[in-house]
Design a protein around this ligand. Structure first.
Ligand code: MG
Length: 386
């Protein structure tokens, strides 16, 4: 069993939902925290500085950074500011493992900074792989950087692969909770409000990813991530709706044996494993009681209603281009407009599909990722007004 109190970690995006759960794991196991970063939520950052005594806290927003600096001047924590400061925390020599739980494409370059440092990346930022998966994975291979997924599905796949040979994988089966609108047809989704979309049945997450779960865009992103993280073809990834969120994903091998990881839904399991791997460590998570759960159910996803899932397969088939960045940027902007009451729920599907199908595909470079991202957002704005 692993003693995690020997480890030092940094948490990028520490004030978000996954970031806070990563610090729960640090608290439970006495893991040292070298650095934290946030965009501007400095109230939570101040509490974290007082509890975990990190050496540095990088804040994206300049005004928020100077407010925080004044608030924590009695502590030993240095408050730095800006994108480069966040990348400095990401690449610090003190880290054993860096949890990247930044939301959005802003998490890409911090991931790259961790990879270049050769330290372990515990990756919760989906956009890193969705927008630049191919380049990121080859860079990680070159630098000998281990990427441990911090997402229930990909952590389950990683655990189910274990010591098996990747070339024996026949199929990856991603489970999906189906979100709050499972069973509804497109017509019935027209009047969905942000409040309705924000009520997720099994996972408690931030607003953007909760809307993505309701639209199944999140599952589409996870298909793209699985393709890159595990080096499989898009046709080898299946999605099955599993309402109970107990089986977190499965891997089928050439002999048709299927391995899976089961547990009550809790992100802290993924964070803990990403830190302790290849060892395991004791946790306070409730033991699984299958008899009291009784029944686990499975269903085919409705890809006609939830068309963003099909669109993600199309994008996964174009790994050498910026199409992933276009999909992500278009969706991020469309979800923002939906949450602000500017467009309807089904407009997310229509607008994102139009932008992805009509955007030029640039060769995959980091520079082009940001260009495609900005262009996709602009296109969504234009289309939403027309
Ligand atoms: Mg997930």
């Amino acid at each position: 069993m692993s003693d995690l109190s020997e480890k030092t970690m940094s948490v990028l995006g520490s004030t978000g939902s996954v970031g806070k759960q990563a610090l729960d794991v640090a608290r439970e196991h006495g893991i040292k925290v070298y650095g934290i970063t946030c965009a501007k939520g400095i109230g939570a950052a101040e509490e974290q500085i007082r509890e975990f005594s990190p050496r540095v806290c990088a804040v994206l927003d300049e005004k928020a950074a100077s407010d925080l600096r004044a608030r924590v001047s009695d502590t030993g924590c240095r408050v730095t500011c800006g994108k480069d400061a966040i990348c400095e925390v990401a690449s610090a020599a003190q880290n054993d493992v860096v949890v990247n739980s930044i939301t959005g494409v802003a998490g890409l370059m911090p991931s790259v900074a961790v990879i270049r440092s050769g330290k372990r990346l515990a990756l919760a930022n989906k956009e890193t792989i969705v927008t630049a998966g191919k380049t990121v994975m080859s860079l990680a291979k070159e630098r000998g950087c281990e990427i441990l997924p911090v997402d229930s599905e990909h952590s389950a796949i990683f655990q189910s692969i274990g010591a098996n040979d990747k070339k024996d994988i026949e199929r990856i089966i991603l489970t999906a909770s189906g979100g709050p609108f499972f069973g509804k047809k497109r017509e019935e989704l027209k009047d969905i409000t942000p409040q309705m979309a924000l009520a997720h049945p099994t996972w408690n997450m931030g607003p953007k990813i909760t809307v993505d779960s309701a639209s199944l865009m999140n599952k589409g992103f996870e298909v793209i991530e699985a393709v890159h993280l595990f080096g499989v073809k898009p046709s080898m990834v299946d999605v099955v709706v599993h309402r109970e969120s107990i089986i977190h994903s499965l891997v089928e091998y050439t002999d048709k044996a299927v391995l899976a990881q089961l547990s009550y839904p809790d992100m802290r399991l993924c964070v803990r494993y990403a830190v302790s791997y290849p060892e395991r460590t004791a946790s306070s998570l409730r033991p699984l009681d299958l008899a009291s759960i009784g029944t686990l159910t499975f269903a085919k996803p409705d890809v006609e209603t939830f068309s963003l899932l099909s669109l993600a397969y199309y994008v996964a088939g174009h790994p050498d281009t910026t199409l992933g960045a276009t999909l992500n940027g278009a969706n991020e902007r469309a979800v923002e407009l939906f949450l602000n009451g500017k467009i309807g729920f089904t407009d997310i599907f229509d607008l994102v599909e139009r932008v992805v199908r009509n955007s030029p595909e640039l060769p995959l470079t980091f520079e082009n990722v940001f260009e495609a991202d900005a262009a996709a957002r602009e296109d969504i704005d234009k289309l939403s007004l027309s």
